[in-house]
Design a protein around this ligand. Structure first.
Ligand SMILES: [Zn+2]
Ligand SMILES: [Zn+2]
Length: 371
């Protein structure tokens, strides 16, 4: 355990001033140079530094020990939070290597839990949002259209599998396709992500050149979306599984389409209902009439009963947002009595005679009488 702790704490590569990818020969060369420089005989007072260099070379200079050291550093980095020490081996790490390390990890398994290594398992793709402008009519009736989504998309060359065309991913031999490994460590039985396949369960032997094996590229793709009837301005419509593709066989994210609904020259919307203001003359309102009103489909006739007040609303059933029962809407027609700005002589005379015969007292309830 002492050796392990020391290994985790000391960066021998840094001590020798060499990169993690260094060859065995280069390690020896670096060591010889430093040993000469810091040898206590030639450089009194540098004993500690010389000891450090020698200790580093004792491990890194031995191919077997170096491999063990690399693994301890790599796996321990997670638990110790030592950023940057996660390097050597990386993608080339194979689980077989753990065979040599059985004892080393006997006491560490509990500490490091299942969080060892940098391999990440299947990851869900992120959700993506896009905007869609709809005409008033399309929003009311619903429409199937396409939106363009820029960003991560499934690689078309390999169909998202990451394997070069003509090849396909093979079952991972380390985990036999399960993507997980069981570590039996006495009291602890830990399941962790298979480092060989990063939890995919499969391994790509010949990566796709287009996406370099990730199965994902950046491009603009077209997504067909079905906009339901009655979508409101600003409403977010979820299109399941059409967001960014997942990684390592993870599921795709969702696509959210934000609808922007245009206006109509004379129809309005109130939820599932359409609204329409229809002017009528004073005579029509007083005497009653039948008028023709437009709908989003064919015009309909509407009976305006005698004595209809300005602002009164009539319901034309089933002419709002399509749908049966509660899902559908109606057309709400509001009658407005149009007051003419100008009258010709005959019209003026007629209105004046109406005023003479009128016995109405419309403001009586306000507690005032007369003019
Ligand atoms: Zn590809
Ligand atoms: Zn595997």
């Amino acid at each position: 355990m002492v050796a392990q702790r020391e290994w985790l704490e000391k960066d021998y590569y840094q001590i020798l001033g060499i990169p993690l990818s260094v060859t065995d020969k280069e390690i020896t060369r670096a060591y010889r140079k430093l040993a000469k420089q810091y040898h206590p005989d030639a450089n009194p007072g540098s004993e500690d530094r010389f000891k450090e260099i020698t200790a580093a070379y004792d491990v890194l200079g031995d191919a077997g020990k170096r491999k063990e050291y690399d693994e301890v550093r790599r796996l321990g980095a997670v638990g110790f939070g030592q950023g940057g020490a996660g390097g050597p081996g990386g993608a080339t790490f194979r689980i077989d290597d753990l065979g040599d390390l059985g004892d080393l990890f006997g006491g560490l398994g509990g500490v490091f839990g299942g969080r060892r290594g940098r391999a990440s398992g299947p990851r869900r793709g992120s959700d993506v949002e896009t905007e869609l402008h709809l005409s008033f009519q399309d929003a009311v009736r619903g429409v199937t259209t396409s939106v363009h989504v820029a960003g991560e998309a499934r690689c078309e060359t390999c169909g998202g599998l990451g394997a070069a065309p003509g090849t396909s991913p093979v079952t991972c031999t380390t985990c036999h396709g399960t993507g997980a490994l069981e570590d039996n460590q006495g009291l602890f039985s830990l399941s962790r992500i298979c480092p060989t396949c990063a939890g995919r369960g499969t391994v790509v032997e010949k990566p796709c050149a287009t996406c370099r094996g990730s199965g994902v590229i950046r491009r603009t793709r077209e997504v067909k979306v079905r906009i339901p009837a009655g979508v409101e301005d600003g409403q977010r419509i979820r299109v399941k599984g059409r967001g960014a593709p997942g990684r390592a066989n993870g599921p795709a994210g969702d696509l959210y389409v934000v609808a922007h609904v245009g206006t109509h020259p004379f129809f309005g919307r109130r939820g599932k209902n359409l609204t329409l203001n229809v002017p009528v003359t004073f005579a029509e309102a007083v005497l009653g009439t039948t008028i023709t009103v437009p709908t989003l489909d064919d015009p309909v006739t509407l009976r305006v009963p005698p004595g209809t007040a300005s602002g009164q609303t009539f319901r034309v059933k089933g002419r709002g947002v399509p749908g049966t029962g509660r899902r559908g809407g109606d057309l709400l027609v509001t009658v407005e009595v149009a007051v003419p700005k100008k009258l010709n002589q005959a019209q003026r005379a007629a209105v004046e005679s109406l005023a003479r015969v009128s016995d109405e007292a419309p403001r009586e309830h306000l507690g005032v009488t007369g003019r």
